[in-house]
Design a protein around this ligand. Structure first.
Ligand code: RFL
Ligand code: PHB
Length: 389
């Protein structure tokens, strides 16, 4: 088997890249370890930056998103018994789109299928070879047979635990990491959202987030111990704890119901440099992880794909190597700024085990400054709706 770009991983990064390449006549094969149903059952991000919305549209997969997604002009912050709003539209003329990662992935699968794109599921032992030569290839096991995929380039879109990053030699690869001493317990429930907009809440009992997918599908999160298991939390215990962490008005109007998904995610900040080695290019969670406070994981994956797609397009259609040569540098410049924002949001909104009385006062002062200062609100709005590519 031969293709131009072998893409390891059929999550949003890999599928979006394949779909964009297709629009410019560039051939790819996506190798995914899991089944399509498994990939679509993962409940993850819910907020899309303008840049990602534009990229989906450019890839020809924006139609359902534009019809069914919800445009949010702002978001709410709660702390110390009060709530204030950051109005993105008013401050900087930008908005975000609430449209779940599951739907993004479904639209991309459908588009790939309609275009006759090759997405191979249930591939095991996917291994890239000869990445530092002009003739790289990928081997994998599928349907009981070993297969070989020859290619010009390999895109490592295989998430944090995939094999691509590990293919960069350890003497070249630098990794920067911070882990946080808590996780997020999230539930999805078929209930109307408590507010028209998201509420990010800092409370004495820890962080809480009220989010949504649509008018009758809500997504809520609470900060939890890393040692907790979803089974430790009954639905009632979750709702009780959420009510204690959000403003009284919201708690009173919260509509509860049975959870249809419940999971715990650890929080991590992580960056791998460089994002290119030979003919391998990392994108998305394969190269970096942000804590979810600020909703940047999926959006950062999309900005990588923007730069990588541009690189491949220029290489194949204009004979220009600069886009690929500068991919790592361009992607990392944006990633570090997004890491700063996600780290800052996480630091201001959670309870940390070793926090002193002074640290708590600093959190409150940060939030009061944000509430009262238009320049700070503009800076937050720029970061939340997404920095330009
Ligand atoms: P993904 O989505 O992890 O997709 C990678 C794909 O690669 C496949 N894969 C392999 N395929 C072949 N061979 C192998 N050896 C492979 N190993 C792995 C995987 O099966 C998978 O299909 O990475 P991608 O495409 O870069 O997309 C990134 C986003 O998924 C991610 O940034 C966000 O979902 C992060 N994230 C969240 N981001 C937000 O903005 N808001 C959220 O609320 C939010 N919640 C989350 C999250 C990530 C989570 N993870 C990773 C555990 C909640 C969770 C639980
Ligand atoms: C979500 O809806 O899943 C979501 C929204 C905003 C975040 C994180 C997760 O910051």
């Amino acid at each position: 088997m031969r293709t131009q770009v072998a893409i390891i991983g059929g999550g949003p990064s890999g599928l979006l890249l394949a779909q964009l390449l297709h629009t410019r006549g560039i051939d790819s094969v996506v190798l995914e370890r899991r089944s399509r149903d498994y990939v679509l059952s993962r409940i993850r991000a819910g907020v899309l930056e303008t840049g990602m919305v534009d990229l989906m549209t450019r890839a020809g997969v924006g139609e359902r998103m534009q019809r069914e997604g919800f445009i949010h002009d702002g978001t709410q912050f709660a702390y110390d018994g009060q709530m204030f709003r950051i109005d993105f539209a008013d401050l900087i003329g930008k908005t975000v789109m609430v449209y779940g990662q599951t739907e993004v992935t479904r639209d991309l699968y459908d588009a790939r299928e309609a275009a006759g794109g090759v997405v191979l599921h249930d591939c095991s032992g996917v291994t890239p070879h000869d990445l530092d030569t002009d003739a790289p290839f990928v081997t994998f096991l599928r349907d009981g047979a070993v297969h070989r995929l020859d290619c010009d380039f390999v895109a490592g879109c295989d998430g944090f635990h995939g094999p691509s990053r590990q293919a960069i030699p350890t003497d070249v690869r630098r990794e920067y990491e911070r882990t946080y001493p808590f996780g997020w317990l999230g539930i999805l429930s078929e209930t109307p959202p408590v507010d028209d907009e998201l509420i990010y809440a800092n409370s004495d009992r820890g962080f809480a987030l009220c989010s949504m997918r649509n008018a009758n599908l809500s997504r809520y999160y609470i900060q939890c111990d890393l040692s907790d298991s979803p089974d430790d939390w009954t639905d009632d215990a979750f709702w009780d704890e959420l009510r204690r962490r959000i403003p009284e008005d919201a708690a009173d109007s919260l509509v509860t119901g049975p959870s249809i998904e419940k999971s715990i995610a650890p929080l991590r900040s992580f960056v791998c440099e460089p994002m290119r080695w030979g003919r391998l290019f990392l994108a998305g969670d394969a190269a970096h992880i942000v804590p979810p406070t600020g909703a940047k994981g999926l959006n950062t994956a999309a900005s990588d794909i923007h730069y990588l797609f541009d690189g491949f397009d220029r290489h194949y259609n204009q004979g220009d190597a600069e886009g690929l040569d500068r991919y790592s540098e361009r992607a990392l410049a944006r990633i570090w700024k997004t890491q700063r924002f996600s780290w800052w949001m996480t630091s201001q909104l959670h309870r940390f085990p070793d926090q002193s009385a002074f640290d708590l006062k600093m959190q409150q002062a940060e939030l009061a400054f944000l509430r009262d200062n238009t320049a700070a609100q503009k800076a937050l709005a720029e970061a939340y709706t997404g920095m330009p590519y």
